[in-house]
Design a protein around this ligand. Structure first.
Ligand code: HEM
Length: 473
């Protein structure tokens, strides 16, 4: 099949029979597996949509290194996947591409009892009431970053959004985000991410240390330095200077498992990196998507400016008040629905899984497609339309709205991310008159495991209200 043909259709190859109970394997596109991987990397959403049109709500793709992946698109099958027990569906094995970057002890990579142990020890820092205590710092950080945005000239807003979310997560995890150690950590994380964000870096063949100038060599040296800084931070938090700290690191240091043991230093460092990485790139990208949709809709833009004005009408609003805004809630949900930041979440089966007439054999991955579930017209009428008001009458279930995955592996930062997005958007629409850069046509592209707007979403700030005016209302 010529590549141009491959663009419009995927063809179909019968699924064959599962070796277990005589059930069928899901059908697979007739493209060579090299094209599966190319399409998966370059245009996952268009590719998934074509596969669904031609093969149905369950289909298999073959990705070199990962084997067969059964993609599922209907909420009933997503429910089957998200209600798998921790023994039957391993997510850590499905996230194996992240291992070289995050390490063996990262929550994203663990399975079974070690995963449950870490998750229990980390969860308390992400409970609802803790979120409120982070709100003011999120608003202040947003304001500081807004102050540094250029006026009247196009710039890619993804970058300052990333700086903003990195500052927020550093402050939340370590209690402060100032001083030389944090500046260095920010620089190291930014540089490391810019290396590993290139899609080719997902391939193990790229992971060769060919000296400090090779991408992997550079990444390893940056990681070594970050490790030393995190070790110093852990030791400080454990010592007399750490007394009275209430940040996430302090809570993780105090946490004990059922046998009374704390996390080891290595476990702590890998979990800290996981939170810093998982917690900022995703949220910055979701914010960029929210802006992409809102800035393309003059009426919605005006409504958001009006909402922000109303929120600030009696003086600076409390974070709780901003978080309760129905319009902001709809915008955030719709941004996460319309173009999900993460295309799929996976589970590697430890026992066969039946999905209607099909079976996913042991050792193969099953992966709910977040995008396809979010574009099901029976759930979301006119799914291409960005409509923050659709949630006034429709409350999707845990299998119908899945930007944060689901079940016992659902993102531990989901409430944090939603809360942060509301604070940042409220501040942006209170202080800025923003436009998409003239001539820019928004499209999506891949940055490592996330799907982001092309060119970092170029925008122009037309005017900026001074921060000082906001406090007095
Ligand atoms: C809009 C922002 C975010 C999106 C779209 C997102 C998405 C996801 C998804 C899809 C998963 C996999 C869930 C599954 O396998 O079922 C996940 C896991 C995870 N996320 Fe997030 N995330 C976001 C923000 C955050 C934040 C702010 C943090 C931390 C502060 C965070 C930390 C984690 C961690 C530690 C896991 C692993 C959970 C586990 O395996 O038990 N994420 N996230």
């Amino acid at each position: 099949m010529s590549p141009s043909k491959a663009q419009d259709t995927v063809g179909v190859v019968g699924g064959g029979m599962s070796p277990y109970r005589g059930l069928m394997l899901a059908p697979t596109p007739s493209l060579p597996s090299a094209l599966h991987v190319l399409e998966w990397i370059k245009r996952p959403y268009e590719f998934f949509s074509r596969c669904q049109r031609e093969l149905g709500d369950v289909f298999r793709l073959r990705l070199p290194g990962l084997g067969y992946i059964t993609v599922v698109a209907s909420p009933e099958y997503v429910k089957e996947v998200f209600t798998l027990s921790p023994e039957d569906g391993h997510a850590g094995k499905a996230n194996v591409v992240l291992k070289p970057f995050l390490g063996d002890h990262s929550l994203l990579l663990l399975d079974g009892a070690p995963h449950q142990r870490h998750r229990k020890m980390m969860m308390p820092a992400f409970h609802g009431e803790r979120m409120l205590s982070y709100g003011t710092s999120m608003l202040n950080t947003a304001s500081e970053v807004i102050d540094r945005m250029p006026l009247e000239r196009p710039f890619p807003i993804h970058e300052p959004l990333q700086e903003l979310t990195l500052r927020v997560i550093l402050k939340t995890v370590f209690g402060v985000a100032a001083g030389p150690r944090f500046r260095e950590l920010m620089m190291l994380l930014n540089e490391s991410l810019s290396i590993v964000a290139r899609p080719v870096m997902l391939f193990p063949v790229m992971h060769r240390d060919l000296g400090p100038w090779s991408p992997w060599g550079r990444f390893l040296r940056l990681s070594e330095r970050a490790d030393a800084l995190l070790q110093a931070e852990i030791e400080e938090a454990r010592g007399p200077q750490g007394a009275g700290r209430e940040d996430i690191l302090a809570m993780m240091l105090r946490a004990r498992d059922e046998s009374g043991h704390p996390l080891s230093d290595q476990e702590l460092k890998e979990e800290l990196i996981t939170l810093l990485v998982a917690g900022h790139e995703t949220t910055a990208t979701a914010l960029a998507w929210a802006l992409r949709w809102v800035l393309s809709d003059a009426v919605l833009c005006k409504r958001l400016r009006g909402e922000a004005e109303e929120l600030w009408s009696g003086g600076a609003p409390s974070p709780e008040r901003i978080a309760r805004s129905e319009l902001l809630d709809g915008v955030v949900k719709e941004a996460l629905r319309r173009i999900p930041v993460i295309p799929v979440v996976g589970r590697v089966m430890q026992k066969p899984l039946q999905l209607g007439p099909y079976e996913v054999p042991v050792g193969q991955m099953v992966a709910p497609s977040i995008y396809l579930v979010h574009h099901n017209p029976a759930l979301y009428p006119d799914p291409e339309r960005f409509d923050p008001d659709r949630y006034r009458t429709f409350r999707p279930s845990a299998w119908e709205f899945i930007p944060f995955g689901g079940g016992f592996r659902r993102c531990i930062g989901a409430a944090f991310a939603i809360f942060e997005m509301k604070m940042v958007l409220a501040m942006i629409f209170r202080r800025l008159r923003l436009q998409l850069a003239p001539g820019y046509t928004p499209r999506s592209t891949r940055r490592a495991v996330t799907i982001t707007p092309t060119e970092g979403l170029p925008v122009v700030v037309r005017s900026r209200a001074p921060a000082a005016l906001l406090a007095s209302g």
